[in-house]
Write a protein of this length. Structure first.
Lengths: 349, 349
């Protein structure tokens, strides 16, 4: 029954409107600037126009969906920070003291924080959506991170969280954010499985590992893949065996946003893994996904390249939470203003 | 006498405060994020803090200085657009219909537009600073673009425009913007002379030249350098022989801003040439200069590399006007908010 809901959601996703995409590119050509001089921003905005089916969409409400969960694989010492940080950071998000709070306040973006599997109690905090599937995933180095049912549940939670926020007030643009100590390990595993890249080429420092610790992290991922034998053709199998609840939740947000014709701005490594899982389930989603930055995590570049996306900016950031996506949203918002508010050479006459 | 004024201005420029730079880096390390996870943004903000002498400066007023002038070298057909566009675009800036107007309105940045040598009449337009040195420069392919006195005058005009705006209301951050059909030709010449790069490696399409036209443009620059024999050790000689009034004006803005301890955000190729001229005159200025984007003009990367600066973003933009700088200002503003508004791990306890 759950599967049917996911299938319905996927069937609702339509191709973007290429006529509108072309109309936007033509409009850029008429503006008072050298032709194509906004570079790739013109292509980004044109494609987003294709998503909306309009060259002049209303971009009133921007939302970053921030999903948090813990990872059993932290038992293998794959992170420089203790798992307890996940819970502390969720409280920080709710108190407004985290990087993502500062950026979203500045840019006028809403943040929707969901506990989809954080270990420990968070209580009835204002602003927190409580959808805890479990106290973190199981250790993927010794067995599947979660059951297939839980993987499906995580997707549906992401879908429901998006739909509820959308029902409260129409959403025009979203960004993906996450928190979960251990989730670069899960994401690197997913990226390796779905792109065929070598594990060494997609594993990096996460929150701050030393070189020998990165080797250890790679060996744990290899072990997890050997033990679990995830089927790369089956996103739900990959998610269940080496994924995470927040990863599944964001895949659900992606599918929900695409079915509502809302562009999705990716963040770093983890949202790259989510995007790969989503296009595996629903190939049409690819045109709805927009890169923001390229993180310092080398697996992120592998994921972006597989998605055929070039980043807008590259500061070597690797903070997560949706921080890169917040800047990406600002570029898209200003890009539409340029398209719709600039004079044409005809206006000058 | 003019020279003495420029010398005084240069003597006023002090080294940035490295203790404050280090204090800012330490502060970043205490925030609720993985260490160094804001990547190069942490170094950018720390250096800017060193410019201010404060980790928590007030960034109330941001200004883009937009200087416009024409270039005699357009007689050699080095641009895809007619020279008349310079005047039309200045009117567009004053009417608020150009790309830079849209971006600065969005980001809350003031624009100060100066006619420092536009060909043709602009009249008494509201918001226009009228400092026309001449009706454009002379054709550098047949002789010097301007006299040395005019070069000095252009610098002093830039200085005075900055000082007047600063006196009206304190300025906290500036960006460099320009308009001048033909000015990528002048800038490529300057970059080649000051970095020693081959002309072929710094000449590009400008507003939209075809490959054979780019070759022609390179040959004109070679001719200009052969005829004028600019002295690469003498910025004022280079500016006079192959520069432009708006280029000199922006060099004046750079020196003035640095002497007031105001960080300067560069834009594309032209501001790269300005930065090279400025550090040649006053090496301490280098720490006051901040890259925003890397433009599609290949000479820009050469200039940034010589300045030891990495761009924040790269969209293949080549629009000018300060459009890249506007985004760069937004990154610096948000970077300081992150530094000063984020919680520390101690706060979470």
């Amino acid at each position: 029954m759950k599967n049917r809901k996911i299938d319905e959601l996927i069937e609702n996703i339509q191709p973007i409107n290429q006529d509108i995409e072309i109309e936007a590119l033509k409009r850029f050509d008429n503006l008072t600037k050298p032709r194509k001089s906004l570079g790739r921003l013109e292509n980004i905005i044109a494609r987003a126009a294709g998503v909306y089916g309009s060259v002049n969409p209303n971009l009133r409400r921007k939302v970053i969906f921030l999903m948090a969960a813990d990872h059993g694989v932290t038992a293998e010492r794959v992170s420089a920070y203790p798992a307890e940080i996940t819970r502390q950071m969720v409280l920080n998000f709710l108190d407004g003291g985290a990087a993502i709070n500062i950026l979203t306040r500045h840019f006028g973006i809403d943040v929707v924080v969901t506990d989809i599997g954080v270990r420990g109690k968070l209580g009835e905090k204002k602003g927190l959506i409580r959808k805890k599937i479990a106290q973190g995933t199981e250790n993927m180095a010794t067995g599947p991170a979660m059951t297939r049912e839980m993987a499906e549940e995580s997707l549906l939670i992401g879908y429901e969280v998006f739909e509820k926020a959308f029902a409260q007030e129409k959403i025009d643009l979203i960004g993906l954010g996450e928190m979960g100590i251990g989730n670069t390990t899960a994401s690197s595993a997913i990226i390796s499985i779905l792109t065929g890249a070598k594990i060494e080429d997609v594993v990096d420092m996460g929150t701050g590992l030393k070189p020998e610790q990165i080797e250890h992290k790679a060996s744990i991922i290899k072990k997890a893949i050997e033990i679990n034998q995830p089927n790369s053709k089956d996103s739900m199998d990959v998610l269940a065996k080496v994924g995470g609840f927040e990863i599944g939740g964001l895949v659900g947000c992606i599918l929900a946003a695409a079915s509502r014709r809302v562009p999705i701005v990716m963040d770093g490594l983890i949202s790259g893994a989510c995007a790969l899982l989503a296009i595996n389930l629903a190939p049409l989603v690819q045109d709805y996904l927009f890169a923001s930055h390229c993180s310092k995590e080398k697996g992120h570049r592998v994921a972006l390249s597989y998605l055929n996306e070039q980043p807008i900016f590259d500061l070597g950031m690797h903070l997560g939470e949706g921080t890169g996506a917040a800047y990406g949203i600002s570029f898209i918002e200003t890009g539409f203003k340029l398209l719709n508010q600039m004079a044409t050479f005809d206006d000058l006459k």
